[in-house]
Design a binder for this molecule. Structure first.
Ligand code: F6R
Length: 610
């Protein structure tokens, strides 16, 4: 979704802003813009609909943008179509104040009517523009004071970057429910919605909290609350390498991240196994709570929700208590029934997904304990959950998640094994066996990644299908959901995942000669049942690409058109292996179709609107 970068310091701002925006491109956007201030030229704004390159072209061919203070933005349209006028920065009528904004101002219509009543002319259809005009309305020679006044009026979510032509020595930032990171450096002070935008300049950062206002100048940053009282900020050190957020010779981030999965799992899992035992440092859940746990709720969106679907199968098997999985966007409006003995696990790569965050807050309001599985350190969900377990997957840049999905799966399984041990529902020998299996997992994934030639071949055979069905049962159904989402989101092929046994209750009417069906049959216990569904679709002429374990491949091959295999493993870890060929299949199909793999149309990496 939208991205923000800001800079004030001793160097030219425009190149820093454009570079930062380029590093935020992965979040998904439809227009971009920057505002730079200099004493000679005042406030200069360049913005345009379309790709960042269009903005770069305008900047490099137009009047040089001089100045050492500026703000930049990539916009993902919510209020108003993608257009030059609706792009940020938005500027006050007198042209003195420029604003970039992530989030949604919920009461913008009332504010707009109020301002129009005062004669203000609006240029865009956005909610953001009201902020620029309101700032002008309140501006009385002190931009910080004007920002504080405006924050008392606007409702909704915001990350704001603001500059004022008359106050060229400071840049103002403010946050509520939308992330903002402050960066400290010898070169000056930085602002970003995502650390990737500024990591080339500094690793010394702090995370703004809701209700905070920051004043950045070339020598440092001061932070205040909404009453303008000073707030002390803790600094954090970003410990991943700049190269982690670069392609490193790969054509696409998605492919690089698929290949990084074994290492990401080693980081996430192995460092938490000490002398053969799982250790979750910093977890506040005590043994008594774990032992008396009656129910687990898993809440997430998209692929993270699919992790939850796998988690339901695995945690119920390990713990023998009910596990309910909910889509975050549904959960919060479903009048959820929660108990103090319930644990709510929220899963989110970005830690900023608004629906997930709102569902977590609702769960917490209803008295449940929350535990978040999150990848982005310092993100809003990580901060607000009672407990957080980080997946240490490193930065995930491709919009379609791969290594975050895999590490989430592993962490959820580890939590299940850990809880089962505390609850006494797992025999010691079984515990040891599962840990051994977990330790073998990355090497098995490496084997799979090495032999991806078959997958490339099948992608070249099937890439021109326009509709695909993924079918599977139990764990394989959960895995099918993810395989299907991966394919549709990056290749734009219509794809649906079905619980295989459900097919004959309606959907089988869509199976005609030549329909591509991806039959996922890795789960040994239901292999025979899965086979009977395969036979049903074959009888209707489907072209079946199957995924199963190596030992079952000969049996599967008797009935289907093509077979992909994964090494055998305990059921708990099968989806971790099974997802790899499905990710690669989606990737190669999208490659054949010439799609923009890392930045699929209409999608955003971090979904911060409802
Ligand atoms: C799909 C994908 C999305 C995310 C979803 C939730 O490849 O990446 O479906 O899984 O938007 O995002 P997070 O995990 O950041 O809450």
């Amino acid at each position: 979704m939208c991205g923000i970068v800001g800079y004030i310091g001793r160097e030219a701002a425009a190149p820093i802003l454009l570079d930062g925006l380029q590093r935020l491109e992965y979040r998904g956007y439809d227009s971009a813009g920057i505002a730079v201030h200099s004493e000679q030229n005042g406030l200069q704004i360049v913005k345009t609909k379309g790709r960042l390159q269009a903005l770069v072209d305008i900047v490099s061919t137009g009047k040089p943008l001089t100045g050492t203070m500026g703000i930049g933005h990539t916009r993902w349209a919510t209020h108003g179509e993608p257009s030059d006028e609706n792009s940020h920065p938005h500027v006050s009528e007198d042209g003195r104040i420029a604003v970039v904004h992530n989030g949604i101002i919920e009461n913008y219509i009332q504010i707009k009517e109020f301002l129009q009543g005062k004669g203000v002319q609006f240029r865009s259809q956005t909610d953001t523009e009201v902020i620029a005009h309101l700032l002008e309305y309140y501006y009385d020679g002190d931009i910080l004071q004007a920002v504080a006044s405006v924050l008392h009026i606007i409702e909704g979510s915001y990350a704001l970057g603001i500059i004022c032509a008359e106050e060229s020595s400071r840049l103002i930032a403010a946050r509520k429910d939308s992330p903002l990171i402050l960066g400290y450096s010898e070169k000056g002070s930085f602002l970003a919605s995502d650390v990737t935008a500024i990591i080339r300049h500094t690793r010394d950062v702090s995370y703004m909290e809701d209700g905070e206002i920051a004043v950045l100048d070339e020598n440092g940053i001061r932070v205040f609350n909404t009453m303008l009282e000073s707030v002390e900020k803790e600094h954090s050190f970003v410990d991943w390498e700049v190269s982690a957020a670069e392609k490193g010779g790969y054509e696409h981030f998605m492919f690089k991240e698929i290949m990084e999965q074994p290492e990401a799992i080693r980081k996430t899992a192995f460092s938490r196994i000490v002398d053969g035992r799982i250790v979750f440092e910093g977890l506040h859940l005590n043994e008594e709570f774990i032992q008396s746990l009656k129910k687990i709720h898993i809440i997430a969106c998209g692929s993270s929700y699919h992790v939850g679907m796998v988690g339901k199968c695995n945690l119920e098997r390990l713990l023998r208590i009910p596990v309910e999985v909910s889509l975050a966007s549904e959960f919060r409006y479903a009048e959820p029934i929660l108990d103090q003995d319930d644990l709510v696990i929220v899963i989110s790569q970005s830690g900023e997904t608004l629906d997930t965050m709102a569902a977590m807050r609702e769960a917490s309001r209803l008295g449940a304990r929350t535990l978040a599985i999150v990848n982005v350190v310092g993100s809003s969900i990580a901060k607000q959950a009672h407990d957080v377990l980080y997946t240490w997957a490193g930065p995930e840049i491709a919009v379609a998640t791969t290594k975050a999905y895999s590490t989430q799966l592993v962490l959820l399984n580890m939590l299940g094994i850990y809880f089962a041990d505390v609850r006494g529902s797992l025999a010691p020998a079984e515990y040891d066996r599962l840990i051994r299996e977990l330790l073998e997992l990355p090497a098995k994934m490496e084997q799979l990644l090495e032999k991806n030639g078959d997958i490339q071949y099948y992608a070249s055979r099937y890439f021109n299908h326009e509709s695909v069905f993924f079918i599977g049962r139990n764990l394989d159904y959960a895995l099918s959901l993810e395989g299907s989402l991966k394919l549709k989101e990056i290749s734009y092929i219509h794809s649906e995942a079905y619980a295989a046994g459900e097919l004959k209750h309606g959907t089988i009417s869509l199976i005609v000669p030549g329909t591509l069906v991806v039959a996922v049959g890795t789960y040994g216990k239901l292999f025979d049942k899965a086979m009977s569904n395969v036979i049903e679709v074959k009888a209707r002429g489907a072209d079946v690409l199957a995924l199963t374990t190596e030992d079952r491949a000969p049996e599967m091959a008797k009935y289907v058109d093509a077979v992909l295999t994964v090494p055998s493993a305990d059921d708990l870890f099968l989806p971790n292996l099974g997802v790899v060929p499905l990710q690669l299949f989606a990737y190669y199909v999208a490659l054949h179709r010439g799609c923009d793999i890392d930045k699929p149309r209409n999608l955003a990496k971090s979904v911060t609107v409802e």
